[in-house]
Ligand binder design. Structure first.
Ligand code: ADP
Ligand code: ASP
Ligand code: MG
Length: 491
């Protein structure tokens, strides 16, 4: 009987230094006894930020600062080689492989500095180097521990469109590449260690899936390989009732539906990239979130049919940096389809619209997007509505203001009117003046748009008021901890 197939993804903090990588090796080694394991790995923590900084410094012509960053990255990865790899010849092989990758990045930054122009394509090539540095290190550390493994560049596996900075995979092409390249290794009991975050167009141009995109890489691979499950290993013991960096006394949600988890991710729960669940939802492949630093904790299981729960609010997500964009003006009234045009325009620049509303009297349209997307959304909307100004003498203003968004997620929230009344009363007592309250169409989310200054206090207050911080998660049985595939039936 073939062993179950698990895709395991390790995030930046999980591979933050040699000690962490040692823990990751142990988790993979144990799991590989009971399952076929394909690994997806992020860059070491902080590396992607520094690569992006290098690319931006290059654009500004500051080549000495760029060189300093690359030197720092070389030292950081060198240190891991020194600690984890015993054989001198293997150390040398790795050093020279990493040097080739770093030199490629430096060349790209040099070209950017000469032109004083940073294209989206070059930014993708440079920012994706962190994963390409990390995968060979982890593969070598696994080999050192007796686990046969091979590093694979996701550019060989994940075929995407050419939308740099937020590319989308072509699943059929990706599946056939995965079947030929990765599945062959798995059949020979070799662990493929695949770079997260990146892919390539059909012509081989490197793309990235967006910041935090390694989670998405893992589920794309999981779907392409027909995996039995995907395990996202991070620095928290599962999906928690709120971001533990913002709220004290959070607790782990043992099981949750794809829809609820996707809502939490979409509205800012950083532990999952917003698109993570898309590739696996239809196929019913369960996704676990588990803690590299507490591997015995059970974590969270995300499935189509989680164990029944009492309903009501399960968790909350917060997005501190969002922008409230208003399309308004004395003449907006006379503009046909203002809402539809706003939606289409935002979609064309791939802005993730968190919330959208139209007031019927003024025909004023308000939408909320993550701050990082605000500039391009405003620009596109101004362009779209400027046509009315020229042709119909209708004057618009498209304005953006800084806000935060808190979203409550659960099941049948409309029926939980008591809960809503309590939430609103609690916010009132905190003197939070809400800009908007929006109920998601799926009845699984309710969002509050509020001033940034009030976000943290409001979040803590709501968490307390809705009694979300219950008991923490049970320990995973030791035998099952090593292998979710073996220990927990897939649903
Ligand atoms: P990784 O490097 O493993 O990809 P990330 O930093 O991207 O990890 O995501 C993990 C972080 O997500 C946690 O440290 C936590 O602060 C944050 N987070 C936000 N909301 C939640 C939540 N509801 N549950 C768990 N973690 C959350
Ligand atoms: N290293 C990438 C980032 O920092 C991808 C990831 O961590 O998932 O955005
Ligand atoms: Mg992440």
């Amino acid at each position: 009987m073939t062993k179950p197939l698990q895709v395991m993804k390790f995030g930046g903090t999980s591979v933050g230094d040699a000690v962490c990588i040692g823990k990751v090796v142990e988790i993979i080694r144990t799991a590989a006894r009971a399952a076929r394991v394909a690994v997806v790995v992020s860059a070491m923590s902080g590396v992607t930020n520094r690569l992006i900084e290098a690319a931006q410094l290059a654009k500004a012509g500051n080549e000495s600062a760029v060189a300093e960053i690359f030197e720092g990255l070389r030292k950081q990865h060198d240190e891991v080689i020194r600690v984890l790899i015993g054989s001198v010849s293997e150390q040398q092989r790795l050093r020279s492989a990493l040097q080739t990758i770093l030199a490629e990045g430096e060349r790209q930054c040099h070209g950017t500095a000469l032109l004083r122009e940073l294209t989206a394509r070059t930014l993708d090539a440079v920012s994706g180097l962190g994963e390409r540095l990390c995968a060979p290190l982890l593969a070598a550390a696994l080999a050192e521990a007796g686990v046969a493994s091979e590093a694979i560049d996701a550019t060989e596996l994940i075929v995407t469109d050419s939308y740099h900075g937020g590319a989308e995979p072509w699943i059929d092409l990706t599946r056939s590449r995965c079947q030929t390249r990765a599945l062959t290794l798995l059949q020979e009991d070799i662990v493929p260690v695949v770079t997260g975050f990146i892919g390539a167009t059909e012509d081989g141009v490197v793309t990235t899936l967006g910041r935090g995109g390694s989670d998405y890489s893992a589920t794309i691979l999981g779907a392409a390989l027909n995996a039995d499950e995907v395990v996202i290993w991070s620095d928290v013991s599962g999906l928690l009732t709120a971001d533990p960096r913002l709220v004290a006394k959070t607790s782990t949600i043992p099981e949750i539906s794809y829809r609820e988890a996707a809502e939490l991710a979409y509205f800012g729960a950083k532990v999952l990239h917003p698109k993570t669940l898309r590739p696996v939802m239809d196929r019913g492949i369960p996704v676990w979130i588990r803690n590299t630093f507490a591997p015995d904790d059970a974590g969270t299981k995300i499935t189509s049919r989680p164990a029944p729960s009492p309903g009501g609010v399960k968790a909350m997500a917060a997005m501190r940096d969002a922008a409230l964009i208003t399309v308004a003006g004395p003449g907006t009234e006379g503009v046909p389809d203002a809402l539809a045009r706003t939606v289409v325009t935002a979609a064309a620049v791939r802005a993730d619209v968190l919330l959208i509303a139209q007031s019927s009297a003024q025909q004023e349209v308000c939408l909320v997007v993550p701050s990082a997307l605000a500039e391009r959304t405003v620009e596109a909307l101004r362009h779209e509505f400027s046509r009315d100004l020229m042709h119909e003498r209708v004057e618009h203003t498209v304005m953006a203001s800084a806000v935060s968004v808190i979203t409550l997620v659960g099941q049948n929230l409309r029926a939980a009117s008591q809960t809503m009344a309590r939430a609103l009363a609690a916010l009132g007592q905190e003197n939070v003046s809400l800009f908007a309250t929006v109920q998601g169409a799926s009845d699984s989310s309710i969002s509050f748009v509020l001033p940034r200054a009030d976000m943290k206090a409001a979040l803590a207050r709501l968490h307390r008021e809705l009694a979300l911080g219950g008991v923490s998660s049970p320990q995973r049985p030791v035998a099952a901890a090593a292998s979710p595939a073996a220990g927990q039936p897939s649903s």
